[in-house]
Design a protein around this ligand. Structure first.
Ligand code: TRP
Length: 445
């Protein structure tokens, strides 16, 4: 099998993790949930649950060298073959990819608009956004198609020539743009207001919903619960400390989320906008601010949207890979056939989701106060991923013998650190996730 190179693996996995979750969703969720309290739970969930489950997925992929279903099947002890059905988590990738590429299409449209010039008044900006998502089917379909085609092309080139190569080019570029944006933000007066908003927790804002959302967001940001990390890890280079790679990737991703928040809120506060405008944060508040900053604003807007697209594409291509790997590994599909299957399903789903935002169809495509687009996002991030996380914890913490798990770490996780990690996987993470979900369910009644 073709394997990633070491740096290729780190970049591809970081490329999967760093995406719209950190740069688009994280800031707007922080904004909606009142800042520091959400960030605090996110940090705990990310570093305690997230990193631990990340390592769990990694050792499963590494030890089995198989796709997600087969990994559970081959590693499970005798009599536990049913555990392979844990592999259904790969289907979450279809759900996430479907709405994710629609957002990437919007970003492409805004990148184009930033070249032509964005409107300068709040009303015009709101109208532009409102009109775009709820009425302009043509443009949305066009950019959605372009993005899906691009993903299909890269995926078709395979692990090394496609996924690794794209990440080798885009990730360093993304890093450079981000350092530039951070440098610019640090010179603004509102930088400290932004800092305070992110790091001063207001505990009265802590509700079960905020906690579940923050856990879900930590999983989403780390690309957990779909088998992405598991599948990428089965092509890990044979040598090297892969636990160290996991920590590097997680920290890198963490820094990106925080920096994205700092940059975005610096602009928001600097121009007196409100942080709680939801998904529109990136499409209303920021474009308005950029448009009023003159030429430098236009350049920043362009770089910002292009950075988001780069970050998003490298994530999008990762989402279908677990399912593709399964089709190839288990059903002997050729890569092209596997891609064609997953891409066509998600393309059609994406078009339906896109229409669920269009005013005249919205009513028919909404259930219980949320349209299909909203449901896909909410269910996958707040339920499917954390539940898959619980399954992974049970599999590694309770089903596999401890000695086997220890051996699977190949000496990269030993002594006290191993003990702490194992304790988190066995007790803290699954209990924490389940308790917060049940609390939310009861509160919701
Ligand atoms: N982590 C990506 C982001 O933050 C999204 C993502 C990519 C993802 N692959 C995933 C989320 C797999 C869950 C599972 O944007």
């Amino acid at each position: 099998m073709t394997r990633f190179s070491k740096i290729g693996f780190i970049l591809a996995t970081a490329g999967s993790a760093i995406g719209l979750g950190g740069i688009w969703k994280f800031p707007y969720m922080v904004g909606e949930s009142g800042g520091g309290a959400f960030v605090l739970i996110f940090i705990i969930a990310f570093l305690v649950f997230g990193l631990s489950v990340f390592i769990a997925e990694m050792i499963l992929g590494r030890a089995s060298e198989r796709d997600c279903f087969s990994a559970f099947e081959t590693l499970a002890p005798k009599g536990h073959k049913y555990l392979k059905y844990g592999g259904i988590m790969v289907f979450s990738g279809l759900v996430i990819f479907s709405f994710y590429v629609v957002v990437l299409g919007w970003l492409t449209h805004y990148m184009m608009l930033s070249l032509i010039g964005l409107p300068k008044t709040l009303e015009a900006t709101q109208n532009l956004w409102g009109n775009f998502v709820s009425a302009q089917v043509g443009y949305q379909l066009l950019w959605h198609f372009v993005i899906v085609a691009l993903c299909a092309y890269v995926l078709n080139q395979g692990v090394k020539k496609g996924i690794e190569k794209l990440n080798l080019i885009l990730m360093p570029l993304l890093l450079i743009i981000f350092i530039g944006l951070l440098g610019y933000a640090m010179y603004q007066d509102s930088f400290w207001a932004s800092f305070n908003f992110l790091f001063a927790p207001d505990f009265s804002k802590l509700t079960p919903k905020v906690i579940v959302d923050a856990i879900g967001q930590a999983f989403f940001a780390l690309s957990l619960g779909v088998g992405v990390i598991l599948t990428y890890s089965n092509s890990l280079p044979k040598k090297g400390n892969f636990i160290r790679s996991a920590i590097i990737i997680a920290l890198l991703n963490f820094v990106f989320c925080i920096v994205a928040g700092l940059v975005i809120f610096t602009f928001i506060f600097g121009y007196g906008a409100t942080p709680d405008s939801g998904p529109g944060l990136v499409f209303i508040s920021l474009p308005l601010i950029f448009a009023n900053m003159g030429l430098s604003g236009q350049i920043i807007a362009f770089l910002f949207f292009i950075a988001l697209i780069f970050a998003g594409i490298t994530s999008a291509i990762s989402m279908l890979e677990p399912l593709n790997a399964w089709l190839i590994d288990r059903f002997s599909f050729s890569r092209t056939k596997a891609n064609l299957t997953t891409i066509s399903i998600t393309y059609i789903l994406g078009v339906i989701l896109l229409f669920s935002n269009i005013a005249i169809y919205q009513e028919n495509l909404s259930f219980f106060g949320k349209n299909l687009f909203g449901w896909f996002d909410y269910i996958s991030a707040s339920y499917m991923l954390p539940l898959a996380g619980v399954f992974l914890c049970i599999f590694v913490g309770w089903i596999l013998p401890k000695s086997q798990v220890y051996a699977m770490c190949e000496g990269n996780l030993t002594g006290k650190i191993f003990k702490i990690w194992y304790f988190i996987i066995k007790f803290i993470a699954p209990v924490g996730i389940i308790v917060s979900m049940i609390t939310l369910a009861i509160e919701g009644l």
